[in-house]
Design a protein around this ligand. Structure first.
Ligand code: SF4
Length: 281
């Protein structure tokens, strides 16, 4: 069996930047999870003393705080700046962009429609910058029953697929007299999705590595499944099962934007070990 890594996968620019900021600020406290990868968060805690607080209640006066890659809500940011002695902003610039668009288009009189997962921290953050009647839709079907104004600004969660975003835009055209569409899907997400799609078409088993709470990793897994029925999402090499690889010719590996190289290497080595064992059978 051959093992092939997707041409584009793993840590993106925004996550690399956030990790660097955390490593340079030992002892700081992150509001929420810095990135959606439990094992990398544990490494930052163990090696750099960077801990996570679930909410602002975990921040005391004089603390050094880090804002996570997905950003936080506008009101929470203002509160944090008033409490913490030092605030390091690790919000990815690709997330800051839709926040600014939501704020400026709301001021110009547009209703904001966000295509995304309303429970995701990034979406909650972007929503807090928009006017009160802003809505979040999970798919094009939800546009039908939505209360819409004539002038709408459409924004996407950064990790969504471009095809699904296009469907939401098409559904909105029929329901509005003026629609502004902002493509806020980030390049890293797009590149990883396309590389996963390409590899899944030729592989007969796909292993997608990343946090099970990571939106972009779950998207990669969903894309892999479209082309390769034997596609698995794992957080660590320990979850791999030897029987998955029986009679397979090509194993494709992809990884979410918050998956560090050391976890990808660990899983790749574990797959290689199955190969060696198969040779001894
Ligand atoms: S996936 Fe994109 S938006 Fe998310 S942190 Fe990475 S670069 Fe930023």
């Amino acid at each position: 069996m051959k093992v092939k890594l997707a041409e584009s996968c793993g840590f993106c620019f925004g996550v690399k930047r956030a990790i660097r900021l955390a490593e340079n600020n030992s002892g700081a406290i992150v509001i929420g999870e810095l990135i959606h990868n439990r094992r990398e968060i544990e490494r930052l805690d163990k090696n750099f003393g960077v801990r996570s607080a679930e909410s602002l209640d975990g921040i005391k006066r004089g603390d050094r705080a880090i804002i996570r890659t997905h950003g936080i809500e506008k009101e929470a940011r203002a509160e944090l700046l008033a409490i913490a002695a030092d605030v390091i902003d690790a919000t990815c610039p690709y997330v800051t962009k839709p926040q600014k668009i939501a704020e400026s288009t709301s001021e110009e009189g547009y209703q904001t429609v966000i295509f995304g997962d309303k429970k995701h921290p990034e979406v909650k953050g972007v929503l807090s910058y928009a006017s009160k009647d802003a809505i979040v839709v999970a798919n094009a079907g939800e546009i039908q029953g939505a209360a819409l104004r004539d002038r709408v600004a459409l924004i996407s969660q950064t990790t969504k697929s471009i095809a699904a975003f296009g469907e939401v835009a098409a559904a909105l055209i029929a329901k509005t007299s003026e629609l502004r569409v902002f493509n806020t899907i980030c390049n890293a997400t797009y590149d990883n999705q396309e590389a996963t799609r390409k590899l899944a078409k030729e592989a007969d088993i796909m292993i997608v590595i990343g946090g099970k709470n990571s939106s972009n990793t779950k998207q990669l897994h969903a894309i892999a499944l479209q082309y390769c029925a034997d596609s698995y999402l794992i957080e660590s090499g320990e979850e791999l099962r030897r029987e998955w690889f029986a009679d397979k010719r090509l194993c494709g590996i992809s990884a979410g934007a918050s998956t560090p190289d050391w976890i990808i290497e660990e899983a790749t080595k574990a797959i290689g070990a199955f190969e060696l064992l198969a040779g001894l059978d």
